[in-house]
Design a protein around this ligand. Structure first.
Ligand code: KIV
Ligand code: ZN
Length: 506
């Protein structure tokens, strides 16, 4: 049986980034794009260049700096969009333009107000214009899953004749079911005369929780490319989750008889990187990358596992990038042990970063006896988000709070060489009080929209990992801080968000 190679088209930086709370700045997108290249994705959809100057710049920089995968930019079937995408992608050695136009009756009638003929003409013109920039062209009939079959065949045939070599079949609103979606792919394979000249791609949204199942059904019926995102982020309920679809294909290779080029032991580190960047964490029981994905709680399962792992485990945790055991480090552990553990957790640290992380590790050892994987990950990830010297940083804080009285806070921050102190008795708790003091010093009014506090490891001396989202002038900004003291972690998270606001204001 021959194993077909399935193209993994990652759209974390485009469809994924479109979802609320997932926006990333340029350096975060570059870091994520490098991680996707290291993961082994075939295509990175880096953004929608016409959407904003930031999107354009991100696609251009990813095209310039990231090597390995094909770099793709999205465009509507309009001249301005396609020129902008072509321009942003110019420096990529291997580039693709992805043009799309809605085809379903509901989109034709209410959104586009275009006839079928007009749509075919616009799609063909779009593909032809894209061909002046690259010979790697993808065409998507948006809302394909709800498009009449006859018309879908016509559009797909015309797009291929015009030069599209990938035709993507989006289930834009996550309405399809696995049998139905698979049948649509099979139908296109059977009815479109020039279909052999293109790869059929699947692009499924998760509104009914069926994105992975629908994508796999598409593959069974002949699709050769899967569009997906890390942690399944994306519009509304998200897109097909890369880690789930890839591990389904790998674990059930007997059934799917195909393979991908994904280095599966990079799945967990890549998922963590995205969570760390966006502040959007996966649920504990998330398949493949959730904390509990390989945890066996029931006694009967544990007994089975001890006798023969395969009784209750269909994949090895190491295959997806979980480190073997939660090895405990402590104050006697040296730099080499720390570097080793970091490597096992998926982080290759440069000598310089190792030095910084090691210094922080030693400080942490003075505060807590046992250092777990979660603590090490937090140290590494905090270290990577160092801010320039001109930003606000914490010098010291004191907070007292108690029943029946206003909390009291004394907060000192530094910016450049200057220190600023604020002392107040206000707010309805310690967290509220530090928010108010930070606002007073920085002059930035912060509306807290989300606040989460998690523990990075075990025990009540564990580090607190605080993530928050604040609103400032109708924009959302994220912050994150990690410390053994949850109030200190909160101040750090507030400062990160405030610094992001200050940076944007500058
Ligand atoms: O869901 C969708 O239809 C899309 C297209 C732009 C491919 O994301
Ligand atoms: Zn989509």
């Amino acid at each position: 049986m021959t194993n077909r190679q399935i193209v993994i088209f990652d759209t974390t930086l485009r469809d994924g980034e479109q979802s609320p709370g997932c926006s990333m700045n340029l350096s975060e997108k570059l870091e994520m794009a490098q991680a996707l290249a290291d993961l082994g994705v075939d295509v990175i959809e880096a953004g929608f260049p016409i959407a904003s100057p930031g999107d354009y710049e991100a696609v251009r920089e990813i095209a310039r700096q990231i090597r390995g995968p094909v770099i793709c930019g999205l465009a509507r079937c309009s001249d301005a969009d396609i020129h902008r995408a072509g321009d942003a992608l110019r420096d990529a050695p291997s580039r693709r333009i992805h043009v799309f136009l809605a085809t379903s009756a509901i989109h034709r009638e209410f959104k586009l107000r275009m006839t079928r003929e007009e749509i075919i003409a616009r799609a063909v013109a779009g593909v032809k214009l894209a061909a002046s920039y690259t010979d790697n062209i993808e065409f998507s009939p948006e809302d394909a899953a709800r498009t009449e079959h006859d018309f879908l065949c016509e559009v797909v045939e015309a797009a291929i004749a015009a030069g599209a070599n990938t035709v993507n079949i989006p289930d834009t609103v996550g309405y399809a079911t696995p049998e139905q979606y698979g049948a649509t792919i099979a139908m296109l394979k059977n009815r479109v005369p020039n279909i052999d000249r293109a790869v059929i791609s699947v692009h499924c949204h998760d509104d009914l929780g069926l994105a992975v199942a629908n994508s796999l059904s598409g593959v069974v019926n002949g699709a050769g490319q899967i569009e997906c995102t890390i942690n399944g982020i994306g519009e509304r309920a998200g897109n097909c989750s890369l880690e789930e679809v890839v591990m389904a294909i790998r674990t059930r290779a007997d059934y799917y008889t195909c393979q991908t080029g994904i280095k599966t032991n990079r799945l967990v580190p890549t998922s963590r990187l995205l969570s760390n960047i966006t502040g959007m964490y996966v649920q504990r029981n998330k398949a493949i990358v959730g904390r509990n994905a390989f945890a066996h709680e029931a006694g009967i399962h544990q007994d089975g596992m001890l006798k023969e792992r395969r009784t209750y485990e269909i994949m090895c945790p190491e295959d997806v990038g979980f480190a073997k055991t939660d090895l405990v480090l402590g104050k006697h552990s040296g730099r080499a042990a720390l570097a080793d553990r970091a490597r096992a957790l998926g982080y290759e640290l440069s000598a310089e970063t190792l030095q910084t992380v090691f210094e922080e590790f030693k400080k942490l050892c003075d505060k807590k006896k046992e250092i777990y994987d979660g603590d090490i990950i937090a140290l590494i990830e905090q270290g990577r988000r160092e801010l320039p010297a001109e930003e606000w940083s914490l010098v010291s804080f004191e907070v007292t709070s108690g029943s029946g009285r206003k909390p009291h806070v004394r907060l000192t921050l530094r910016r450049g060489s200057q220190e600023f102190t604020e002392e107040l008795s206000d707010g309805d708790g310690a967290i509220d009080a530090v928010f108010l003091a930070t606002e007073k010093i920085t002059g930035i009014k912060l509306h807290c929209k989300e606040f989460q506090i998690r523990s990075t490891s075990l025990g009540h001396d564990a580090q607190a990992d605080v993530t928050l989202v604040v609103e400032y002038k109708n924009q959302l900004y994220r912050g994150r801080g990690v410390s053994t003291d949850s109030v200190e972690a909160t101040v750090m998270a507030i400062l990160l968000a405030a610094n992001r606001i200050a940076m944007e204001r500058r």
